[in-house]
Design a protein around this ligand. Structure first.
Ligand SMILES: [Zn+2]
Length: 684
């Protein structure tokens, strides 16, 4: 999927884990971190180790993190800056603006552990009582519908994960860019993917045991009788849900979704009381819904009728407690971390509470927090420089299209048209969101989070009645990431990624092109990856290719998928080349465009050597360092199962597809990364 440059901590974007020169220190003259390299490794054997091995040896993963790298460091720095801004604005007291006061109240209420402890389970009582009162299948549909939120994103952020029975996403129609539709996605699992329930591997079997024990512990803490019996029922339902779920690779197929009228949904997915569910979820007026998973949605609906009502009530109760657990007393917070942090990601310790509070505030009041950040940390001059760099990259990509020997003139015209109408957002949106309708109550931490989720869901649903906004943003400015939006033919580069080491207005050109240049190129290329290439200049899913051109493109993609299938970080687990194909295409094409733009910027001159490295070498080292990351085994397994991005080390190694890399480092057979010219994948 097009998605962000990196995912997760989050999802599909370029989680640019690039940690170029240690953050916070002054960038050396070359912009690359020479100390962090391991020059004892031949670049042609293991480019990631060559670029990052010194750093990797000297840097442990902090105990409270599942992975650590440039991306994480910048996220930490951004959080710290936001905390400082918050504390300063708190000093402004009554003089603070409405939004700033809400941000402060949200944060301080989250931090009030004593107050939360004292309330115990009281904040959840009404919700759990309502579930206990569910007496028939109509009431079940109402409860399921009432929990739905805008919590997934099939094409931008490529986030398919929701514990609610369905995930909702609201945006332009796949084949109708002039209207907004609700998309319905599969959901209902507490573990990250169907594989966790169904895979025969010993690792997954062990996690299943731990998960069932965790469900039991949550019921116990919440004071339910028969916690073991309830946990078995919840786990049983989720295993059946997993059996009807599409795989991660199937979820990426943009040709699978169907448009169903309300009547078609009722007829084709019998089981649930859909009219009641749609009413409870606020979707009662939508004449057509886009069903992303046309096999799984009927499967889930059938389970809603066939599984015992009491089992569904346990399932609802468990997820209600789980979702609330970070804002309940410490015993819940710890139990939540024990499974979701320790077991699933291998993280030994929980992050400090202030970081969790800041992330929650940043999520709840996203653009209000972003506005504070941008005012302080994103000067107009930076915006202008990045815009100029984007224009360079677009130009370089256009030249690359012109020069393709395999593409017909007709297809080239369409590709150029798509490139020329690409709408690029840099730093922050043109128009900020209005939070005046969001109520933040001091002392009500859980209520604040729930109201914020509902506020966002209603904002998304309101789009169904509004004209299309191609300038809509899907990431907050304080997010260290970037994203391509295929349905809007647009890109978002949030302010927080437009800083060193990715981008430094004063740094070496080779460095900037290898780091942020490759990221910009990556996002532009998503418009032309295996998925993006199926959307035209208006964001409409349409085939604008000649048959021969598309066949050539697909063959190149297959070769790249095969290359990544060959990466095996564990004896029992390989990278999935098809699941990560879009991202891998974008990496190769983006790096090529960034390299071209770098060469163009030299105007025919040769770059001078710095710190013992020629310009081309610095370009590739900066790229390799931009993927700097260490990751725990459990987290790596989770990423391989659920993420559209390949693990960072293999993204760094994708330099092996570029001819200039071979020249820059004199790479030859039989070095491990060596590919014959015919094996190197050139998609664009
Ligand atoms: Zn991407």
């Amino acid at each position: 999927m097009t998605s962000p440059i990196a995912r997760r901590a989050a999802a599909g974007a370029i989680v640019l884990a690039a940690a170029l020169a240690a953050c916070g220190t002054k960038a050396p003259i070359s912009g690359i971190d020479v100390q962090g390299m391991d020059k004892s490794v031949a670049p042609g054997d293991d480019f990631n180790a060559y670029a990052n091995g010194g750093w990797a040896k000297a840097t442990p993963i902090p105990a409270d993190k599942p992975a650590y790298g440039i991306f994480t460091m910048l996220a930490d720095q951004t959080r710290q800056r936001l905390l400082d801004l918050l504390q300063n604005s708190a000093k402004a007291g009554a003089g603070a603006s409405g939004d700033t006061r809400k941000i402060g109240d949200y944060y301080s209420t989250y931090m009030d552990e004593a107050g939360i402890e004292q309330k115990g389970m009281a904040p959840l009582k009404a919700e759990l009582d309502a579930i206990a009162a569910v007496a028939d299948r109509h009431a079940l549909a109402r409860a399921v519908g009432g929990q739905l939120r805008a919590d997934v994103d099939a094409l931008n952020d490529t986030n398919f994960d929701t514990p609610n029975l369905f995930g909702i996403w609201v945006t332009q129609g796949l084949t109708d860019p002039t209207h907004t539709y609700p998309y319905v996605l599969q959901g209902g699992l507490g573990m990250p993917d169907r594989d966790y329930y169904l895979s025969p591997s010993a690792h997954m079997a062990d996690l299943r045991k731990q998960y069932q024990a965790h469900i039991e512990a949550m019921f116990q803490l919440a004071g339910f009788d028969d916690p073991a019996g309830r946990a078995a029922r919840v786990f049983g339902i989720e295993t059946k849900i997993a059996q009807v779920h599409a795989t991660r690779v199937e979820s990426e197929d943009v040709h699978t979704p169907v448009s169903w009228t309300r009547a078609e949904l009722i007829a084709k997915a019998p089981g649930l009381d859909w009219p009641v569910l749609l009413e409870a979820s606020g979707l009662q007026d939508a004449p057509v819904l886009i069903v992303w998973h046309p096999k799984a949605i009927p499967g889930l609906s059938a389970l809603a009728a066939s599984e015992p009502l009491d089992a569904w009530k346990d399932w609802l109760a468990y997820h209600t407690v789980e979702r609330a657990s970070p804002l309940l007393p410490k015993a819940f917070v710890d139990a939540h971390f024990q499974f979701y942090g320790k077991a699933l990601s291998g993280t030994p310790e929980q992050r400090p509470r202030w970081q969790r509070a800041m992330d929650s505030t940043s999520f709840a009041l996203g653009e209000a927090v972003g506005k504070l950040y941008v005012e302080r940390y994103f000067p107009a001059a930076t915006k202008a420089k990045v815009q100029a760099m984007v224009a360079d990259l677009v130009k370089a990509f256009g030249k690359r299209i012109d020069a393709l020997t395999w593409m017909s003139p007709e297809t080239k015209v369409k590709a150029k048209q798509k490139l020329q109408t690409l709408k690029v957002g840099v730093g922050y949106p043109d128009k900020w969101q209005d939070y005046s309708g969001l109520e933040v109550v001091k002392g009500d931490a859980l209520g604040n989070a729930e109201r914020a989720d509902l506020f966002e869901y209603r904002r998304q649903l309101a789009k169904l009645q509004q004209p299309i906004d191609r300038g809509e943003w899907w990431m907050t400015p304080q997010t260290v990431n970037a994203v391509n939006l295929p349905l809007q033919n647009a890109l978002n580069f949030p302010a927080a990624i437009l800083q060193p080491p990715y981008f430094d207005a004063n740094a070496d050109t080779a460095h900037n092109y290898g780091a942020i240049g490759a990221i910009i190129g990556h996002e532009i290329s998503h418009s032309f990856d295996d998925q993006g290439s199926q959307f035209d200049a208006d964001g409409r899913m349409a085939n604008w290719w000649t048959k021969d051109d598309f066949a050539h493109f697909q063959a190149a993609g297959e070769a790249l998928a095969k290359q990544f299938d060959g990466y095996k970080p564990f004896p029992d687990l390989a990278v999935n080349g098809h699941q990560t194909l879009s991202e891998n295409i974008a990496d190769v094409a983006g790096l090529l465009a960034a390299y071209d733009a770098y060469r163009l910027s030299l105007g025919g001159h040769t770059d001078v050597a710095k710190e013992g490295f020629e310009g081309d070498q610095r370009f590739f080292i900066s790229f390799g360092q931009s993927w700097r990351e260490k990751i725990r085994d459990e987290e790596l397994r989770r990423q391989i199962a659920t993420d559209g991005h390949a693990p960072a080390q293999y993204r760094a190694d994708t330099v092996r597809n570029l001819d200039p890399w071979y020249e820059a480092f004199q790479v030859h057979a039989p070095e491990k990364l060596y590919l014959t010219p015919a094996q190197r994948v050139r998609v664009w």
